[in-house]
Design a protein. Structure first.
Lengths: 203, 203
DNA sequence: ACGCTTCCCTAACAAGTGTTTGGTAGGTTA
DNA sequence: TAACCTACCAAACACTTGTTAGGGAAGCGT
């Protein structure tokens, strides 16, 4: 007797996306562990059990949310990296792209920031670890290229600089609200100005 | 009939501190909600119920951890602020002091970062909101003094700069490990160098 | 020897958790 | 009309959660 076919693999993902979006927002707001499937169902206007028609577990919702986000993120990053710009342009493009992703996937980014550290331990979320490696490689190599080309300072610890830039950008997801007074591009511009030139007045 | 006197208010806090330290580390590692009292008890070498001899709830452990941290943080900050240094020296001192606190209270800082946003909603943790207001005021006024004194750039959005500096510093708690190759002061020095002067090469 | 305090254990509790099972109203297809 | 699929509900399941009540062993003062 075959297991009853559930729609998660094949069927029209219209409703799925809706549910995933609301789930993502609840996850981001309350934290994954503090979010019960009943709360998600409430926000979606249905009962807890009904979620299991669309998904086969709470964890699989989380996985799909993060996977979708990372897929789009890397689509954007790869476009930038393949353009073979010079180091400074690459950094600017990566930062700008990052803020655009925060704009589009604010909930998923917030979830990623809060939970990824504990999730990478599970084999199910191994794709997070792989993404992190690619991420570090992309940023670190850009910084190193910049140092070699004498456009970035050589007197800084490279790994420290990497974490500095990375965190600086992505923590913004914790306070950023789409539709605020600054567009992602405007925020990126000011952040880049601070990161590249500093906040002190030049002599 | 009076409630049985528990030692949390009066007695020798030696054992309490030990238990709070291990609780803080488990909270920081697994997240508050994902941490069960049984896990904390495991790490402490005792059973779940025994914790309730020292504390009256899981939440009160969390509160005491955060309160202890914030008390020490403000002791340090107030010393800096009362010294009435010029804006740049104040900023440098605040950043350095922040990294020292991260060094001393790494677990508490990590917990604060992850959970404070959801905790401030509860009245029990109202002291977090008050601390945040003082915090913002201290940093923002330092930045504004710096702009007025023409040592910090005037062309930046002040609130954006504040969040930039704040996040830049405190996110470090997520990867910082005491006893690493860099001392808190050394990390502060490099961070300040980046924040003040930027990572780009000067002409 | 006695009482008292400190610190922990054993055993259970009620509430809440993710998940499953069977059912059903409404629309679509044959 | 009959068969079927979609999307949900109602009710329960086994388990985990924070917490409590009662007890007991060890140490200390008297």
């Amino acid at each position: 007797m075959p297991t009853k076919k559930k729609p998660q693999v094949t069927a029209a993902p219209a409703r799925r996306r809706e549910l995933l979006d609301t789930a993502a927002e609840v996850f981001a707001e309350q934290g994954y562990n503090a979010t019960t499937v009943r709360k998600i169902a409430d926000h979606a206007g249905m009962l807890a059990g009904s979620l299991y028609y669309h998904f086969d577990s709470k964890e699989s919702m989380l996985e799909e949310i993060l996977r979708t986000f990372l897929d789009e993120l890397w689509a954007g990053y790869d476009t930038v990296l393949d353009a073979e710009l010079d180091p400074r342009e690459t950094l600017e493009a990566l930062v700008t792209e990052s803020f655009r992703e925060i704009d589009r996937h604010r909930a998923a980014v917030a979830i990623y920031q809060k939970e990824s550290k504990q999730l990478v331990a599970q084999e199910r979320f191994g794709f997070l670890a792989e993404s992190q490696r690619r991420f570090e490689k992309a940023w670190l190599s850009t910084l190193e290229r910049g140092v070699a080309a004498r456009v970035f300072r050589a007197d800084l610890d490279m790994r420290l600089t990497y974490r500095f830039v990375r965190d600086t950008v992505w923590v913004a997801a914790s306070w950023y609200r789409p539709g605020g007074q600054h567009s992602p591009e405007e925020i990126a511009r000011q952040y880049l100005s601070m990161v590249l030139d500093g906040i002190a007045v030049r002599e």
